[in-house]
Ligand binder design. Structure first.
Ligand code: PGA
Length: 306
């Protein structure tokens, strides 16, 4: 069993690679006598000469060649280990900034709970704004990760679906359409609607669906809050279209009915998004891993209504 130290191996590797004691000393930020001493100790441990100096030139002996071939790969492996340790230490502290669309406020804070418990030293900032604002923040690279239902087509991004995002048509529980089956889109389009503001992903999706059928919606009221829309719908002001994430598991608790409308529910996903060329922080990577490992275990319903 040879007793060699990591420091001796690093010094030897540098001398062998650079063919020079002085350049190895410079690279390792030590003096030349220190390099000479490390090499001498290493040769004593191995029991054979590793380096020969003829004139000013440095040559590796056969044992030196063998050691050089071995320690290159080994030092690389060790470097990766050191990086992993640094990363793990990084996860103990750090900051995670997520910009997320309004509608995700029903599950994102809940989802962050177990992540915070796993990494208590991490500070999390959750910016809850509508889709347009999230896109602005994405374009300015203001956050680590972005969550939305309709990722942009015109930016070079990575998008990863992680949860279901289902859109349903809602009416007051005592609305004449409540409980009817097979309601057509044309019928629904004749009703007044309470819609999210322009710039919201929900609004964008709803308008696309009706436009594709050559229909337009009559908008009685625009509201920037899903909660306010639910209240307005429950109060009989009109129909609404919202993500199922905004409702209790039993919509009757919200005093609304989910209508059976042609083409609905619309099944979509929530995506976590980031610029393709972004170097994700260790903390952001940890959060992504967490999403990938845990979210499919937590159904959308459990998150929304727990
Ligand atoms: P929103 O986004 O909260 O801005 O409507 C929801 C979505 O993208 O589905």
């Amino acid at each position: 069993m040879l007793h060699v130290t990591l420091r001796q191996l690093r010094t030897f590797e540098a001398v062998a690679r650079l063919h020079s004691f002085s350049r190895a000393a410079e690279e390792q930020h030590v003096t030349q006598p220190t390099v000479s001493k490390q090499i001498r100790l290493l040769q004593e441990s191995v029991g054979l000469p590793l380096i020969e100096q003829i004139g000013k030139r440095i040559y590796l002996t056969q044992a030196g060649e063998a050691l050089y071939a071995t320690c290159g790969g080994w030092l690389q492996t060790w470097g990766r280990f050191e990086q992993t340790i640094a990363d793990l230490k990084g996860i103990k502290q750090g900051r995670l900034r997520i910009a997320t669309v309004t509608t995700t406020k029903y599950f994102m804070p809940r989802l962050l709970g177990p992540f915070c418990n796993a990494y208590p030293g991490i500070d999390i900032t959750l910016e809850v704004v509508n889709r347009d604002r999230v896109l602005e923040r994405l374009a300015r690279n203001q956050d680590d990760l972005y969550v939305m239902g309709v990722p942009p087509d015109d930016l070079d991004i990575v998008r990863e679906p992680f949860l279901e995002n289902t859109l349903v048509v809602l009416a007051a529980a005592d609305h004449p359409l409540a409980g009817r089956s097979g309601i057509t889109l044309d019928e629904v389009a004749r009703e007044p609607f309470i819609l999210r503001e322009r710039g919201s992903g929900t609004r964008l999706t709803v308008e696309r669906v009706f436009r594709e059928r050559g229909l337009s919606l009559s908008v009685r009221m625009e509201l920037g809050s899903n909660e306010a829309i639910k209240q307005a719908v429950a109060g009989g002001l009109g129909l609404g279209i919202l993500s199922l994430s905004t409702l209790h598991a039993d919509p009757r608790l919200d005093e609304v009915a989910v209508l059976d409308v042609e083409g609905f529910p619309i099944h979509r996903h929530w995506y976590v998004v980031w610029p393709r060329d972004k170097d994700l922080s260790v903390v952001a990577q940890a959060f992504l891993d967490f999403l990938r490992r845990h979210v499919d275990l937590l159904s959308h319903r459990e998150l929304a209504s727990a």
